[in-house]
Each structure stands twice: as C-alpha cells, then as structure tokens.
Design a binder for this molecule. Structure first.
Ligand code: PLP
Length: 406
C-alpha cells in the first residue's frame, strides 16, 4: 500500500473516499502521480481548474502578487479589488459584487441578501421571509444550506436547521408558480444541477422561472458556482435561456485553479441592503485572490475558452455517442459539462471510474450511476479523441470482468 495513502487515511477525516492515486504535479489537462504516471484530469476539481493546472498566466499572477501584498483584510482599500470586481460586473452585467472565498460562503451571502431585501425592500413581515429552492440542489455544505438539501445523507445527524426554505421539484415551473407566496423573497436555482448528476431542466425552464419571479417581485438567484465561467459553453449557463438574474453566485473556476475565490453579484437594489458591519469575511477580496480572479477572467475571455468549451463539448458528446456500449444508458451535457449515465442493472459509476483510472483517466462518480466528464476547458480535439479511446477500453475491461463474474 502506498505510504501517502496510508498516512492520509490515518490522519485525515474520512469525509471523502478518494480513488487510490497520489497526485504530485499538474500541467494543463494532465496530472501526474507519485510513480511518474500521467493521467488526464476529467474532473478539474469540480470545475475549479477550468483553465487547466498551473496555467502560466495564473502562476505568474499569483506569484507576482504574493511578493507584493497578499492579505490585508477589507479594513483598507487595495489596488487589486476594484479592477477585479469591475471586470466581473462588466462580464456578468451585474451592478455590484461582494467577494467571499468558497462557493458555500457566497451562497450564504446570497441567502442573507435575499432575506434582507425581502424585509427592507419588499416589506415582508419580520421573520416570515421564504426562499424557494429545488429538490436535487447542491449549494454547499453549511448548516443553512444542507438544511434545504433533499439529499438525506447531507443532512443526517446535522440538524436542527434554519427555517424559511421551501423545496419544489427541479425543472417544474408550475411548481414554482404554486410555491410563491407574498412572503417569498427569492428563488435560488442552478441552471443545470451539477452535483445531482448534470441534470438539464426542460428547454425554456429558466426563462419561465425568470418571468414568474419578475411578475411576483421575487428575486431570481442563479447559483453558477459550477456551471459558470464557460463550463457549459457560455459565460453563464443562464444565457442559454437569455435570462439575466437579479443575483448571481460564482466560485470554483473564478480562482483560476489556484485559490478559493467566490463572488455574490447583484443589481444595485439588492446589494444596497448591505451596510458596513452587516456581513464580511477576513479573506474575502484579499489582493492575492483579486489578482488571481481578475487574471482568471481575462484568460477565459482572451483565450476564447468559452466558445472552445461549446465546440469541444459538442465534439466530445458526438464521439461518446459512437461508443455504443450497453453499459451506457444516457449521455447528456452542455459544453464541457458532460454526464455518462451507467446502466444501473449492469454496473455502477465507481467501477467505471476505477477502470478508467487504469487507462490513465481520472474522474469521480456522482451518485451511483453518473460518471462526470468535465475536463479543463483547454482540452483539444486530439485529447478528446484519446480520452474517448481510453473510456472505450475501460468499458470493455469492465464488460469482460462482469461477464466472468456472471
Ligand atoms: C461546489 C458548489 C458550491 C459550493 O462551493 P464550495 O466552494 O465547495 O463551498 C455551491 N454551489 C454549486 C452549484 C456548487 O457546484
């Protein structure tokens, strides 16, 4: 047994179940293990590494800023935060941004903003604000957020949870219409549900939700922590529905694969509910994070990675469809956010991931049946070709193994 694995398993909390590979280096779409073996990264750290590992421009930005000024708290202005937030607001067409670190913190920020907007602007009676969320959602792991998760495991043993959340079925705009009351402050939704297994809602769903929210004076908050920043082939996945949400949450890829950088962005009327002392974060918006965040946005745009994601995603899905394996029951996705659904009567996604690992492809199962294919957006046609060939070998190996044990 590898000594790194033994040590980590001995001292780390067992809140993950990693594949047995020890990574020591990354470059572009590739990572290397401690034996010098190279793998294609099809996870990109849940899209946090959308620009690829150790992108030279990000390495430069982080090391230059680290030598100047890394952290000073928002007790003071810096020369880095303004340019970062300005670019983020410009690109997403939002008025203001509130910097945090992780996605969950930015979601918490959104929940606080929505409630306060509900009381101060919409005049919801004190303590009565409701936020509507969806079954199958994933918005992070804090107590408030898991309180409205529909996943039993995420909640088990962690209650009691805050009140004021109403869950409805995802993809069902009629359910939203029914759930809205005069006390509804916001509807929080992922344009594509990532952790649920890359679940695409029916066409026009988000547009209809936006219409309902507007008609009822309810904030539409899109959580694009995972779908945002080119992952689905547009800057924001909500652009597929021509939706401009009242507020937006970004994270993961915003840190350029270097740091935890997240943002809550909103229009003026929403963001103005925050006054000095209402909310904050020691590390949120630090100069190091701001420099990295700005460079991540610039690389995304200047290297045309958004269009590239759309084109490569189409190519990837087209190639996967040629596999014609009985083990695959569905292939779906948008841009480079792709799910390979494994036929549950034959195998599970973990087995497929283990076989893929033997063919130098790293991914991780999402629930029992989904293999996620979300490589860095920089992946080329040739690399996709090689990846699909590797997936084919992995599926063939697994099919043979299943035959033997049958
Ligand atoms: C990952 C994720 C989060 C939480 O981000 P963390 O940085 O892990 O806290 C929130 N929302 C969505 C949609 C995510 O995929």
């Amino acid at each position: 047994m590898n000594s790194h694995i033994v040590k980590e398993a001995h001292v780390a909390a067992h809140n993950y179940e990693p594949l047995p590979v020890v990574l020591v280096k990354g470059e572009g779409i590739y990572v290397w293990d401690d034996q010098g073996r190279r793998y294609t990264d099809l996870m990109s750290a849940y899209s946090a590494v959308s620009l690829g590992h150790s992108h030279p421009r990000l390495v430069k930005a982080i090391s230059e800023q680290a030598q100047k000024l890394a952290v000073c708290s928002r007790a003071f202005f810096t020369d880095q935060l303004g340019p970062f937030l300005e670019r983020a607001c410009q690109l997403t067409e939002q008025d203001r941004a509130l910097p945090m670190n992780t996605g969950a913190e930015a979601v918490e920020t959104a929940l606080k903003a929505a409630r306060k907007w509900g009381y101060k602007v919409k005049n919801i009676p004190d303590g009565k604000a409701e936020i509507i969320t969806c079954n199958g959602n994933f918005h992070g792991r804090t107590i408030a957020i898991i309180g409205f998760s529909s996943e039993a495991q995420y909640k088990d043993g962690f209650g009691p949870f805050p009140e004021g959340f109403v869950n409805i079925d995802y993809g069902d705009s009629k359910a939203l219409e029914k759930a809205i009351t005069p006390n509804t402050a916001a509807f929080l939704v992922e344009p594509i549900q990532g952790e649920a297994g890359i679940v695409l809602p029916p066409k026009g769903y988000l547009a209809e939700c936006a219409r309902l929210c507007k008609a009822n004076n309810v904030l539409l908050i899109c959580d694009e922590v995972q779908t945002g920043l080119g992952r689905t082939g547009k800057l924001l996945a909500c652009q597929y529905d021509n939706v401009h949400p009242d507020a937006l949450i970004l994270g993961k890829a915003l840190g350029g694969g270097m740091l935890a950088v997240s943002l809550f962005l909103a229009r003026q009327e929403v963001m103005n509910v925050f006054h000095p002392g209402d909310h904050g974060s020691t590390f949120g918006g630090n100069p190091l994070a701001a420099a990295v965040g700005l460079e991540a946005l610039n690389v995304l745009v200047e290297e045309n990675l958004i269009e590239h994601s759309a084109q490569m995603g189409d190519y990837f899905i087209e190639q996967l469809k040629k596999l014609n394996s009985p083990l695959i029951s569905d292939i779906r996705g948008r841009g480079l956010f792709i799910a390979l659904e494994i036929e549950p009567s034959l195998a599970n996604a973990r087995q497929v991931c283990e076989h893929m690992m033997h063919h130098s492809l790293l991914s991780k199962e999402t629930h029992d049946t989904v293999v996620r294919l979300a490589p860095p957006l920089t992946i080329t046609k040739q690399q996709i070709h090689e990846t699909v060939a590797g997936i084919k070998k992995a599926l063939d190996d697994l099919a043979k193994q299943l035959e033997k044990s049958a």
